[in-house]
Write a protein that binds this ligand. Structure first.
Ligand code: SIN
Length: 459
């Protein structure tokens, strides 16, 4: 197989054919990226920052073009795709500034004849593997801190959505970032993973994707003891307590659950609502969910695009029918959910959910909102934490004691309190437990691209 066909999930039409990068060319690119590192690492932080800012300017100028590409290859509604470009660029802008804030320190010495110094250095050559659900943002939040730190980077975009990455890398080159300081390859996840994790000249592997693939990459990276950052799967609980502002909770649920048709790692997967307000919440959520316009992301007013492909349709439907078989009450019939055909699924609320349903213990990645009721806060916290995942969680409450208790006790790396959209370039994003390790975003997000060296001088 030498050609990759990129298809539009809204129409299933092929929109581009790309040559796969041969293994020989991947190896050659790694060598060139290593040579580029030998130069890029010596550029001063202000120069690296200026180049990143120039890239950010070009991304702003090409916002519409990039958004259209995201919609065409990933299915995301155009307005949301524009939001993604802005979000993606906020990482470039943030790390252009952070480049200038990589500080070392001096340590008070234990003897007057010594000076102890700590300094930070770039890790080296980075291999980045990114998913299809955020083809712009997941790549800039790796490229920008890597380049800011003085690393060079090769990107392996998802085979379903490589076009946005290709364009972003072209714009980086137009901005004056050296060609081999940032580049892309077209390869399967397996090929890129095998080569990146075993190659002596790759110093770091950064991956966003499933926990299963992440585990394989970690295992393979152990052979050369590579520095790795893993942003893996989620199973976000969304808790609505009895004292929540109901309307805000419903809007927060929609923001979290139906973003990108439910295909984000931090989407609310399982919803827990206090029994006192469950009927009102479900009624209001259903009204609003049924109002969401489903269709081709290029069409005006569409809020929910297609899911990525036929396999995704099948998986999401299996979660819906499993829930129905186990007593779930669907807000619309299975026939209605599929009535638009292709990769389109109308969003659905499932009342009467319980912990035996797949949708409550497996990542659904689709526009499905299963709602279970609870009466006891400690019990719902226990259920929310009863998973190997620990990426994002949400809760709605207007009581500060309840809020602080939930913040303290939920085992998650990202937590939204009365907030269905917590992500921001200036805040750390990442998971606990099997949702991975390392953080992207914020002051924390440049650290994984830096090594610490300690110097002791006898003066
Ligand atoms: C993801 O799906 O992992 C990314 C979500 C985000 O950055 O908000």
């Amino acid at each position: 197989m030498t050609q990759l066909e990129v298809t539009n999930p809204a129409t299933n039409e092929v929109i581009e054919r790309l040559e796969y990068t041969s293994h020989e060319d991947i190896h050659a690119q790694i060598e060139r990226t290593h040579q580029a590192f030998e130069e890029w690492k010596y550029k001063d932080a202000h120069e690296r920052s200026a180049k990143l800012l120039q890239w950010a300017t070009l991304i702003d100028e090409h916002q519409d073009e990039l958004a259209r590409l995201i919609t065409l290859e990933g299915g995301k509604p155009l307005a949301e795709a524009k939001g993604e470009v802005i979000y993606a660029n906020s990482y470039v802008k943030w790390y252009a500034e952070e480049a200038k804030r990589v500080y070392g320190r001096t340590i008070p010495a234990h003897t007057p004849t010594k000076k102890l110094v700590v300094d930070k250095f770039p890790v080296g050559v980075v291999g980045a593997i990114t998913p299809w659900n955020f083809p712009a943002a997941m790549i800039t939040r790796k490229i920008a801190p890597a380049l800011a730190a003085g690393c060079t980077i090769i990107c392996k975009p998802a085979v379903k959505t490589p076009l946005t990455t290709i364009r972003l890398v072209e714009l980086a080159h137009e901005a004056g970032i050296p060609k081999d300081a940032v580049s892309y390859i077209i390869a399967s996840g397996k090929d890129a993973g095998d080569i990146f994790t075993s190659h002596q000249l790759i110093n770091k592997v950064t991956f966003t994707g499933s926990t299963g693939v992440g585990k394989t990459l970690i295992e393979q990276s152990a052979q050369t003891v590579k520095n790795v950052t893993m942003e893996l799967g989620g199973l976000a609980p969304f808790i609505v307590h009895k004292d929540a502002d109901l309307e805000a909770a419903v809007d927060g649920t929609i923001a979290s659950k139906f973003r990108n048709a439910g295909q984000t790692c931090i989407c609310a997967n399982r919803i827990y609502v206090h029994e006192d307000i469950a009927d009102q919440y479900i009624e209001r959520l259903t009204e609003k969910v049924h109002d969401l316009k489903v269709g081709n992301g290029l069409d005006e007013g569409v809020k929910v695009g297609p899911v990525i492909d036929a396999n995704a349709v099948e998986k999401v439907l299996s979660h819906i029918t499993d829930a129905q078989d186990k007593g779930g009450k669907l807000s619309r019939s299975v026939e209605d959910i599929q009535s638009l055909g292709g990769n389109f699924l109308k969003p659905v609320v499932i009342a009467n959910a319980n912990t035996t349903m797949k949708a409550m213990y497996e990542e659904t990645f689709g526009p499905v909102a299963p709602v279970m009721t609870y009466s006891d806060l400690d019990e719902v916290i226990r259920i929310a934490n009863d998973t190997e995942f620990g990426l994002a969680s949400y809760f709605f409450t207007n009581d500060y004691r309840t809020g602080l208790k939930l913040f303290n006790e939920l085992d998650y790396g990202v937590i939204g309190w009365n907030d269905g959209g917590p992500s921001a370039a200036h805040a750390p994003f990442g998971g606990l437990k099997e949702s991975g390790y390392g953080r992207e975003g914020g002051t924390e997000g440049i650290e994984p691209y830096l090594e610490t060296k300690y110097l002791s001088v006898e003066v």
